[in-house]
Design a protein around this ligand. Structure first.
Ligand code: S3P
Length: 427
């Protein structure tokens, strides 16, 4: 699917599910691989990123069987079950795979080489490499170890206290995974709370994790015990049909079984603050993760100012939030989001560029975006730039644009939302 063709629509109606949560799917594979015993995963996201994670662990000798697209069985052999890989580990487009995996590799007393695609080669790795070196890991890479390809010779770690300058679940999770293999305590502090799926799933696998205001710590020498993981729908994927229902006139949709972890629900708070009618019904808890249904009605939106602690809770949703903001009355200001520059693409620049092609009034700032609305969009030729979330944001904008919109390089969408066009088409 290289090109996605979008025609304007009205009255999106119906009930859908979105694919499994990407962050939780990665962790299910990784933790299952380093755990002792069998782990069964249901609701796994069969997107390209999570498939890269499976591939990396298979290269370290972990038996992983796909019973269906969304169900896996992992036969973990504990930390020592991982074998020195004979090939380099290829993470594809996945920042979560490489950063979390580095925490695992840092504690293994073997050599591994790890790299990914052109986007991964541009993304900063020093945020994890520097603290891992302080723990005693030997890591080499391009530009002094800041960029891939990287070589790791692990083992002999000791715990550290690390103050991360950015609220990053990838940094926090990497260091907790290294910390579990280190002597003593490893503590990670962050400026505001990033997603806490690692903490929740480690506890479900029998690990003691101490969360406190401003940080988290683990004691080294703990083992994980395999179990059952049921993965909820990804709220970051649900954000696209949610935004579509808010801005396409006459819409009313329900999305079932969406993960509602409070470190991820910032997009619901932001849409509601804009006047969006989003009803949330919590239905249960799956492996320590709250889950529920979302019902979204077409709404007249108004601009908002977004920044501070809300940003890590909706960091991946900012491109689609910007699309909704083009239809909101007044000015929307997004600040404190400089991290967007080091995602799969520079999402500040690319969101502004794609929405501008469609006729939106968007201004780039050093740490965010300013969007003036409402503006009637005009169909255009857009590009995902190889970034799944940019491709989907452009496609949703196309639903309210005059005339047809084409999204080029649309196959990138499969990274997090395989079946996106079909799911949207069902509405
Ligand atoms: C993720 C953490 C976030 C997020 C990414 C997935 C994770 O990145 O943007 O899509 O699964 O831990 P950072 O931790 O770098 O902010």
């Amino acid at each position: 699917m290289q090109r996605l063709q979008i025609e304007p629509r009205t009255n999106l109606k119906g009930t859908i599910r979105v694919p499994g949560d990407k962050s939780i799917s990665h962790r299910a594979v990784m933790f299952g691989a380093i755990a002792e015993g069998t782990t069964r995963v249901e609701g796994f996201l069969p997107g390209a990123d999570c498939l890269s994670t499976i591939d990396c662990f298979r290269k370290m000798g972990v038996p992983i069987t796909r019973k269906s697209d969304t169900s896996l069985v992992i036969e973990g052999g504990g930390w020592d079950g991982l074998q020195e890989p004979t090939e380099f580990l290829d993470v594809g487009n996945s920042g979560t795979t490489i950063r979390l995996m580095l925490g695992i590799l840092a504690g293994r007393s073997f050599y591994s080489a790890i790299a990914g695609d052109a986007s991964i080669a541009r993304r900063p790795m020093d945020r994890v490499i520097q603290p891992l070196r302080r723990m005693g890991a030997k890591v080499e890479g391009r530009s002094g170890g800041s960029f891939t390809p990287l070589g790791v010779r692990g083992g002999g770690l000791h715990g550290i206290e690390h103050q991360s300058p950015v609220a990053s679940a990838q940094v926090k999770s990497c260091l907790l995974l290294a910390g579990l293999q280190a002597k003593g305590i490893t503590q990670v502090k962050e400026p505001s709370l990033s997603r806490d799926h690692t903490e929740r799933m480690l506890r479900a696998f029998g690990v003691e994790v101490d969360s406190f205001a401003g940080g988290v710590s683990v004691r080294g020498g703990q083992t994980l015990t395999g179990g059952e993981v049921k993965v909820p729908g990804d709220i970051s994927s649900a954000a696209f049909p949610m935004a579509a229902a808010l801005i396409v006139p006459g819409s009313r949709i329900t999305i079932r079984d969406v993960g509602l972890n409070p470190t991820r629900t910032g997009i619901i708070d932001a849409f509601q603050a804009m006047g969006g009618q989003v009803e949330v019904t919590e239905t249960g808890e799956w492996c320590g993760e709250p889950v529920g249904d979302l019902t979204v009605h077409a709404s007249s939106l108004h601009g908002v100012e977004i920044g501070g602690e809300l940003i890590p809770r909706l960091i991946d949703e900012i491109p689609i939030l910007a699309v909704a903001a083009t239809q909101a009355q007044g000015r929307t200001v997004i600040r404190d989001a400089a991290e967007l520059k080091v995602k799969e693409t520079n999402r500040i620049a690319v969101t502004a560029a794609e929405l501008t092609k469609l006729g939106a009034h968007v201004e780039e700032t050093p740490d965010g975006l300013i969007i003036e609305g409402p503006v009637s969009l005009t169909g255009s030729l857009c590009d995902s730039h190889g970034d799944h979330r940019i491709g989907m944001a452009a496609a949703v904008a196309g639903l309210i644009a005059k005339g047809g919109t084409t999204v080029e390089n649309a196959s990138a969408i499969d990274v997090s939302f395989p079946g996106f066009a079909e799911t949207m088409g069902r509405l």
